[in-house]
Design a binder for this molecule. Structure first.
Ligand SMILES: *[C@@H]1O[C@H](CO)[C@@H](O)[C@H](O)[C@H]1NC(C)=O
Ligand SMILES: *[C@@H]1O[C@H](CO)[C@@H](O)[C@H](O)[C@H]1NC(C)=O
Length: 858
């Protein structure tokens, strides 16, 4: 294979930034552009502080020879002493090095993703997919280095083209998967002003042995414009649709295009990679109106620069439309773009065919296009409908709620991505920042526009839904996540793998410190999956997974049980709180997942966090179950920890406040803390006053005291949410009473995160950070509440009736509100406002909010 020549970096100009891009994105992009002309740098490992100093001792020794004989003896003596000290340093350096290297060393256990487990040969069904959830529509295959396909479009209105490509909230589009089974097919509706665009795809993985075929069909329509009205027609909007293929350098393959119509219309792409073998792509446009075709073949240095590359190669034409400039005549071309410009309605079919599937395709009646495509699509849709009805249907009350369930599930599955790259990780202990080993992640994502990457604690919740629809996909996702564990048992919290993922993350959130944990929700997903994995007739893959799962989870568990332990036995403390962040009213606890949920105002080692204790109890319970299932000798150890952590005497001793009659965190706390703007510094004569006033900082009006941290909210519910409390417990009765109290957490839309009686309710944490977990309704916590209430409703005891009633009331409240907001806005939202129920912040948020689908039925 010839080596690729990086393209001319001059192509990427600052003024080519997309209009809607945020400052951060622009900064990130510019930084990356600056690096764009070189090959990918090798993973860097750099230590802050320290540095080699051995040479200096050596020089000192030789220096002695050049001195006078009398002083030479003395100097040699000193030099000898230095040598000993140097040796001590060396030993320390080596041990530190060894400790440092643990940061990026995988745990030495068999991996859960089998060797080549995602290859076309071993896993053809999941090989190709819409695994670029960050795009409105894009496909890739599950390989570290994949051929990439994607859609772009823009309105031809004589202005600078506003190209749609990555999902951006600022585009203000509606887009949603109407159907997606995570494997075979999908159909998405996009609404961009008067354009209605449908993106459909169908796969045929068994055509040949290289991952098979797929076809994408893009259909466009006008809505709200009367196309038969001649006058209207004149002004009718014109749409350009572009579909591209990019072969990143790392694939070491090649692409070539074939055009017709005086070289303007791209008809076919042919190519080859080691993994895909020979393949070809056919473009089949269909339109009855006037149409203009253009294309582009050029070189794009990286996958996060596709749009910039395309924008740089556009030009106006005499008919007033903007189109691509054709062949760029670069020595190496790895990006091919098809463009058609017309007035909707029109259609484009893009078919990817593996040459290895020639005979299979003939036997199957030819290419996946036209009628064949429609037939295959309907076949998969019918199966999907049946599966939905079977798995969720019994339960769903009416057509509208079944539409909701279908949409929530489809968008969860359509949000699954495949990522590859290295996290940037940091060890505060050894002061090391380094690249993690390059790794793959198959994972759902919280939000296609805002968080299109893997988040550790979100993923446990995602898989509560995915696991009920397709346990095999869920198993595969869990396997990928747990394989990211290092030798210390740590898994980085936020996974920013690859250029596309990185481009969406502000710099300050990129580095992942290895001291920080995140709620171990994967245990919840495993607990739910366990009956499937241990069923009669479970396959070899399931058995092997289960066998390898236990030691891995035990390592993960041990990481939590040691590094997140509190000062006293059986207590726990989230790490990563920083009291030096003086602009924060309450130092954040990002690792808990509940970011700004109020904790002790003064972080100390004495602090103990109730939610973490309960997560650990749950993890112990699940470990005991798996250990028992696989006949592990030490499962009783976990069972003992579960019993000791859940014991009411234990919970009461460390977390129950008699005075407030609730469970709380414990720590050094003052209720009288506020943000205040400091006096501006005294100016020297002639010195101009500062442009902006100094930022507000934290002031403590009453000195903190050790004690329970008041403020009733989600954390206080955890002994119930994680089912620690015995069904007969009076504490459970008290929690149920408080939970149902509208003055505390109960609202008509679900449980709010913090009681209005808390001093922190709906308070900003800094001047610029609005409240996050300080009142708003979150669906993951509400889902846990409903299922915990159902659990207590199933246990004999004095609270059985109350739990049953509350479970049903809460289920209805949450489900109805999430569905109502979905109905009126077209989206699931990150959170819901507690006074109005309105969806707010990030959207679409088809991560854990989609758990509402599991609340459709009583
Ligand atoms: C599947 O269900 C959807 C929604 O109810 C319906 O519109 C569609 O026609 C069904 N498709 C098939 C093939 O049954
Ligand atoms: C967890 O840590 C505690 C010490 O805080 C220990 O007593 C317990 O045995 C540990 N549990 C397991 C299962 O390792």
């Amino acid at each position: 294979q010839e080596l690729r020549n990086p393209s001319d970096p001059g192509e990427y100009k600052q003024d080519k930034m997309p209009k809607g891009a945020s400052q951060n994105q622009i900064r990130n992009r510019l930084k990356q552009n600056a690096n764009a002309d070189g090959p990918r740098p090798p993973p860097q490992r750099f230590r802050r502080g320290g540095g080699g100093s051995g040479n200096r001792w050596w020089n000192a020794y030789h220096l002695a020879d050049r001195l006078t004989p009398s002083s030479a003896t003395l100097t040699k003596l000193f030099a000898g002493l230095f040598a000993v000290i140097a040796l001590i340093f060396l030993v320390r350096f080596v041990t530190l090095k060894a400790r440092t290297a643990r940061l990026w060393t995988p745990v030495p256990l068999p991996t859960l993703v089998p060797q080549n487990g995602t290859s076309a040969e071993l896993s053809p069904d999941l090989f190709w997919g819409t695994y670029r959830p960050q795009l409105y529509f894009g496909l890739k295959h599950r390989s570290p280095h994949s051929l990439l396909a994607g859609l772009m479009w823009f309105r031809q209105d004589g202005l600078e083209p506003q190209i749609r490509h990555w999902c951006e909230q600022s585009d203000r589009l509606r887009y949603s998967w109407d159907a997606h089974d995570g494997r075979n097919f999908g159909s998405q509706s996009i609404r961009d002003e008067e354009f209605a665009i449908t993106t459909e795809f169908v796969k045929r993985p068994k055509m040949g042995g290289k991952g098979g075929d797929w076809t994408a069909r893009i259909s466009t329509k006008l809505v709200g414009v009367n196309a038969s009205d001649a006058k209207q027609r004149q002004r009718s909007p014109i749409l350009s649709v572009m579909f591209y293929f990019l072969l990143p350098d790392s694939t070491l393959g090649h692409l070539r295009g074939q055009t017709v119509d005086e070289q303007f219309r791209l008809e076919r792409i042919q190519g080859h990679t080691k993994e895909l073998g020979e393949f070809q792509v056919n473009f089949r446009p269909r339109t009855s109106g006037p149409v203009r075709y253009t294309h582009l073949s050029t070189y794009a240095p990286r996958e996060d620069l596709i749009k910039e590359t395309v924008m740089h190669r556009m030009t106006g034409s005499p008919d007033g439309t903007i189109g691509l400039t054709g062949r760029s005549n670069m020595k190496i071309e790895n990006l091919f773009v098809f463009q058609m410009t017309s007035m909707p309605e029109f259609q484009l079919e893009v078919s990817f065919e593996s040459v290895s599937g020639l005979s299979d395709r003939q036997a199957a009646g030819g290419s996946l296009q036209g009628e064949t495509f429609s037939r295959e699509f309907s076949r998969h849709e019918a199966a999907f409908n049946r599966s939905l009805a079977q798995k969720f249907g019994a339960t769903v009350a009416n057509e509208k709620s079944s539409g909701f369930v279908r949409s929530a599930l489809s968008n969860m599955l359509g949000g699954i991505g495949y990522f590859y790259g290295s996290s940037i990780v940091n060890s505060p202990e050894t002061e090391t920042t380094a690249a993690y080993w390059p790794a793959a992640l198959f994972s759902a994502t919280p939000s296609r526009s805002f968080f299109p990457r893997g988040f550790l604690w979100d993923e446990g919740f995602h898989n509560l839904l995915i696991g009920q629809f397709d346990p095999e996909i869920s198993r595969d996702i869990l396997a990928h996540w747990l394989d990211l564990m290092n030798v210390n048992g740590w898994i980085p919290r936020e996974q920013i793998l690859g250029f596309e993922a990185k481009a969406k993350v502000p710099d300050e959130f990129v580095v992942q410190p290895d001291t920080n944990a995140n709620p171990p929700t994967l245990f919840l997903a495993v607990e739910q999956l366990l009956p499937y994995l241990t069923r009669d007739g479970a396959g070899k893959a399931d058995k092997e997974f289960l066998r390898r799962l236990y030691p891995r989870l035990a390592t993960w568990y041990a990481f939590f049980n040691t590094t997140q332990a509190g000062l006293l036995p059986g207590t726990y403390r989230w790490r990563g709180r920083d009291s030096n962040k003086v602009h924060q009213l309450n130092p954040l606890t990002l690792s808990s997942g509940l970011d700004d949920y109020p904790r002790a105002s003064h972080p100390t080692d004495e602090e103990r966090h109730l939610d973490l204790l309960c997560w650990m109890a749950m993890a112990s319970r699940v470990m005991a179950q798996i250990g028992f299932a696989v006949d592990a000798p030490d499962w009783r150890k976990f069972s003992a920890t579960w019993e000791s952590l859940r014991a009411e005497s234990h919970l009461d001793k460390y977390h129950w406040s008699e005075q407030l009659a609730s469970y709380y965190d414990y720590g050094l706390h003052s209720e009288r803390v506020r943000l205040e703007r400091p006096q501006p510094p005294k100016l020297k004569p002639g010195q101009p006053p500062p442009q902006t006033p100094p930022k507000k900082i934290r002031r403590v009006d009453v000195e903190p005291r050790l004690g329970h941290v008041p403020g009733f909210g989600y954390v206080s519910l955890f002994p119930m949410l994680m089912r620690l409390l015995q069904p007969g417990s009076p504490r459970l009765g008290k929690i149920l009473t408080d939970l149902a109290d509208p003055k505390l957490l109960w609202t008509a839309y679900g449980l709010r995160s913090l009681s209005p009686q808390s001093s922190m309710y709906n308070r900003h944490n800094t001047e610029d950070d609005p409240p996050y977990w300080r009142g708003a309704i979150w669906i993951n916590a509400n889902y846990l509440a409903v299922t915990a209430l159902r659990h207590y409703a199933s246990q004999p005891g004095p609270h059985r009736e109350t739990a049953a009633q509350l479970a049903e009331r809460l289920r209805t409240a949450v489900f109805n509100n999430v569905m109502k907001e979905w109905d009126s806005t077209g989206f699931l939202w990150e959170q819901y406002e507690d006074r109005t129920g309105r969806g707010q912040r990030t959207h679409p948020f088809c991560g854990w909010t989609a758990l509402a689908a599991l609340l459709a039925a009583a």
